[in-house]
Design a protein around this ligand. Structure first.
Ligand SMILES: [Zn+2]
Length: 398
């Protein structure tokens, strides 16, 4: 009876074991099968006299090794930064949660859809154990970025909104409507507001958030350690100026320990050229959140190949973003280890999409699968795919 109880505890522990070392179950470390199969003796074994000795050894083994291992929290979990790439069907909603529990949400997804995107953001917040968004950064005033703000604000407390200032695309009716709804939200007086300028550092504890671009203005000087000539400029012709809200995007470089993550919203290629030529003002990064959902109006080689990410994550939809040429530029980037996507891009087909295991939503009905990145301060991180329940681990860069 006692032995059976121990055995039950083992399997209970396996079922309830928290995700692996970086907060997500690493590939190949599923616990329910091979790890425990050799411990699962048959009842006839338990009843034999010989097995009493085996059983005592087993209890000792369990007490000294298995149970403590199951009980241990994920290594460094208290020191990890967690980033959720929430599926808002081709919009953006990226949630950063620091080890201290401070949260930064970059964009709020779409309006409408029966609160779909707000509900998904709140679900991610609850998954990571927070019940408030400390900072909600609005990159620009397009429908897929700010549209979800009123619905989200109705569902979860928000501390401070951060944006680039006035809407500059008043000629577009949807953009203007979203801007007015956002302004109405600010006018309630419930929220603090920061209008960010290039070169600013945002007041978020546990991560350094440097503003690279805002309202069409870019940092003038290279960041410390950056400023090298960018060889990709030689073969690049500056594209014509984009007149929409996209080049106004509030773009940030987010540093956690040794890990650098770049998010430039929907910044367009004209601004990329201005930012990266002739000198690379950003330097290299670890994670590139693909600009503009992987549309080919953004994510040119002058940006992507110069910042040379180790991992790129594209928040595309099935039919939005994920242009073949933009995906190809990412894949040919010099330091790239992996390309992840929120959706299989129908336009890109098998030839240009990343491998299926790196895609959160492959095909079929809307499943709202997300990607979650968990990073340690030394720069090691993992990416968890909620569809496959598998993680890939990445070592700290040297
Ligand atoms: Zn967008």
């Amino acid at each position: 009876m006692r032995l059976k109880t121990v055995r039950e505890i083992i399997f209970l522990g396996a079922r309830h074991a928290r995700p692996g070392p970086l907060g997500a179950v690493p590939a190949g470390t599923r616990t329910s099968d091979s790890t425990f199969s050799f411990l699962a003796c048959s009842s006839s074994q338990w009843s034999c006299a010989f097995c009493h000795k085996c059983a005592l050894t087993l209890i000792l083994f369990c007490a000294l090794w298995v149970l403590p291992a199951l009980a241990q929290p994920p290594a460094n979990s208290a020191k990890s930064l967690q980033i959720y790439f929430i599926d808002v069907e081709g919009g953006q909603a990226t949630l950063f949660v620091t080890p201290e529990g401070q949260s930064l949400l970059i964009d709020t997804g779409w309006p409408g859809n029966n609160n779909r995107d707000a509900d998904r953001i709140v679900a991610a917040a609850h998954d990571v154990g927070i019940d408030k968004i400390d900072f909600a950064l609005i990159t620009h005033y397009h429908d897929d970025h700010v549209g979800g703000a009123p619905q989200l604000a109705a569902r979860i407390p928000i501390g401070t909104f951060i944006d680039h200032g006035e809407n500059r695309e008043t000629s577009d009716a949807i953009t203007q409507k979203d801007w007015l709804a956002y302004k109405q939200l600010l006018a309630t007086g419930k929220y603090k507001r920061i209008i960010a300028k290039p070169g600013d550092s945002l007041p978020i504890k546990g991560i350094r958030v440097e503003v690279i671009s805002s309202d069409g203005v870019l940092i003038e000087k290279a960041l410390p350690g950056a400023g090298q000539p960018n060889p990709a400029c030689a073969s690049s012709v500056p594209p014509p100026a984009d007149k929409t809200e996209n080049p106004r995007s509030l773009g940030t470089l987010i540093t956690f320990g040794r890990l650098k993550t770049l998010d430039l919203g929907d910044l367009t290629a004209d601004k990329e050229h201005e930012l990266m030529c002739p000198l690379n003002k950003i330097g290299t990064v670890d994670i590139y959140i693909a600009s503009h959902h992987g549309f080919n109006q953004s994510g040119s080689a002058v940006l992507v190949h110069a910042v040379a990410p180790r991992v790129a994550i594209v928040d595309n939809g099935a039919k939005k973003g994920g242009s073949p040429s933009a995906l190809d530029i990412i894949k040919s980037s010099p330091n790239l280890t992996a390309l992840w996507q929120l959706h299989f891009s129908e336009q890109a087909g098998l030839a240009h999409n990343t491998a299926l295991e790196f895609i959160a939503n492959s095909s079929g009905p809307d499943a709202a699968n997300y990607l979650k990145l968990t990073a340690n301060p030394d720069g090691a991180f993992s990416v968890f795919n909620s569809r496959t329940k598998q993680s890939q681990n990445y070592r700290a860069a040297h």
